[in-house]
Design a protein around this ligand. Sequence first.
Ligand code: AMP
Length: 429
Amino acid sequence: MEPKRGEDVAIQSIRGMHDLYGAEMGAWSAVEKVVHKTFQDFGYKEIRTPVLEKIEVFSQTVGEDTDIVQKQMYTIERSDEQLALRPEGTAAFVRAVIQHQLHRLPGAQRFYYYLPMYRYERPQKGRQRQFFQFGGELINDASPEADAEIITLLDQIYKALGLSHYEVRINTLGDSESRAAYRKALEEYFRPLLGELSEDSKARFERAPMRILDSKHEADQSAVQKAPRIGEYLTDFAKAHFESVKQRLNQAGVSFIVDPLIVRGLDYYSLTAFEFVSDQLGAQSALGGGGRYDGLAERFGEKPIPAVGFALGMERLMLALEASQKMPKVPAGPFLYLAPLGAAAFERFYPLSLELKRHGLECELLYEKDKNLKWQLKQANRCGAQYALLLGEEEVAKGVAVLKNMSDGGQKEIGLDRIVEQLKQVHST
Ligand code: AMP
């Protein structure tokens, strides 16, 4: 029976959730490697939290009227417990910090995560229901330098990958005193305009009028553009903090623009908020973003823990790399294809192939014992190997093998004794 393919297969993956394999998976791994390394270069240590959490981890923290909490969570009920698949990393991170008392460790603590997230959103380019985020979190430090470090780190991740088509937009959401004053001003401003606003914004007006500024609805745009800006309502402390963040970013050579409409979708941010926006992604233009969230711990019933962080989406990063033609080059095939011609050659090559693998030299040997040269070279081409190692009866007798460069066809003999060392040398050049 013919195997079923593509659309005909009865059971497929869930809409908005994708399998990664082949060349795409190779490119992801290469990018992930750069991101892991950049985090590690900045002194961030990896942390992994479970994919399932008690629902309160998110419902108490992210904001009752946010899209995430209201309509996007995948929830499960088990033994009378309400659980949720992690829709975002920071709340779960803070749950772990408090559980393990990581904030009691002396001085600033730096963490990062790389985890899948789940949100029931309408899938489109750059928007999925399962997507991967890298996140960086710096706790126990309330200084503007910490905010600038986090922004510099996110900028460095993109730079290390060769991206340049993005803008760093920063804003301050003020401290709680600034926000109370600003909220009042926004309420006064939006109240007479309520009739013209979108339904979403009307709903936001009651609980979080600041979030109206984040609206993408056409109907809200003119009101949003003319709305009062937070700058006039900042306390001296909030103003000074923001000035220092900007100064430190200038010092670090990170270009940015101040965008008073960056408010971030979630409830728990204060002071610095930022977004990295690409002009190559279409509607889903946010590459990554974050901000300061000192008050998040209070939602778990704890004292505030100074903290600042960001999350970056891998899918959008891959789209941006593709659009900028900066996708890392990944070798299409193994370093070496072993081509035994006859049984005696196969006997030599079988243990050699395992020995090479143990030495970190990727090679392919097919367990076919009596194939001719033409067949072997065809397979070497098919698998995309950089080199083929040919061994016939004559060569076995002479104690040599023939190394063929598959891209230029050049050949040379190498001795079978010390062959691993010789191949290692070729591999490293
Ligand atoms: P957020 O947690 O909403 O602030 O998102 C942080 C980053 O995660 C965004 O800038 C995107 O790069 C990525 N992201 C958020 N939601 C999705 C999604 N549904 N699909 C793919 N990437 C997403």
